[in-house]
Design a protein around this ligand. Structure first.
Ligand code: COA
Length: 206
């Protein structure tokens, strides 16, 4: 599986990740052609994903010649707002060699984009249990609220909506902090070793 961007002029994207052969139109046709591209559509409907693609930045995943995941987001000053994320391949046994984890790969790429473009936060709103997927990727539920059931959906129960946030700069800082920390540890270790070595060489001279 490979992750690509639909070309965009307004942001920093590595050249090798930009796919000039795939257009938004093609992605919209893929959503139409693929049954259940957005699963049971509890959190997002395929028709909405198609609509979101008209705007913002779009990342997609491809295995051989098949497009099997799409993530779309907007950028507003220093914030990324994820509008839609859907994959066409799910329900593989987790941890098996055939487990593609497409959703996670697309989300990780969105995080890399945020760092590269100096964004400080990633926001999103989702519905139902999928909030757990985002929690696994370091998002925190900032607000939740119960949505009323559609009047024509007599079998449904009230859906919970989750407004979630991921702090980009914080994770970048903690990453560099841990790097610094380990560099500091290496320096301390080096001097300790050197001192220890000198002590033993002095004592052996006596
Ligand atoms: C949500 C979605 C994009 C995740 O993609 P995916 O490729 O299936 O997810 P991954 O395989 O990368 O899963 C990573 C982890 O999240 C968990 N996870 C995935 N989807 C989940 C869901 N709907 N609810 C709870 N947990 C979920 C997985 O079980 C896995 O957990 P593990 O690491 O403990 O094994 C995909 O299931 C999907 O398209 N869902 C329908 C559309 C949708 O709800 N989109 C999000 C709202 S915009």
């Amino acid at each position: 599986m490979t992750i690509f961007y639909v070309p965009t002029k307004s942001h920093i994207i590595p050249n090798k990740k930009t796919n000039h052969g795939v257009t938004i139109n093609m992605l919209q046709r893929t959503i139409d052609k693929t049954p259940h591209f957005c699963g049971n559509e509890e959190s997002i409907e395929a028709v909405d994903l198609k609509y979101y693609l008209q705007d913002g930045v779009t990342i997609f995943s491809k295995t051989n010649d098949t497009i099997n995941g799409i993530l779309n987001f907007n950028v507003n000053v220093h914030k990324m707002m994820i509008k839609g994320l859907c994959v066409s391949v799910r329900n593989k046994r987790k941890g098996s060699p055939s487990d593609p984890r497409i959703g996670s790969s697309l989300l990780r790429e969105a995080k890399r984009f945020a760092k590269r473009n100096n964004l400080s936060e990633i926001h999103l709103t989702c519905y139902g249990d999928v909030f757990q997927f985002y929690e696994k990727h370091g998002f925190i539920v900032q607000r939740k609220s119960a949505l009323s059931v559609d009047s024509d959906d007599s079998f449904g129960s009230p859906k919970q909506s989750y407004f979630m946030v991921h702090q980009v700069s914080q994770s970048a800082l903690s990453h560099s902090f841990s790097k610094k920390n380990s560099a500091a540890k290496r320096v301390t270790k080096f001097f300790k070793k050197k001192l220890g070595h000198n002590k033993t060489s002095k004592s052996s001279k006596r």
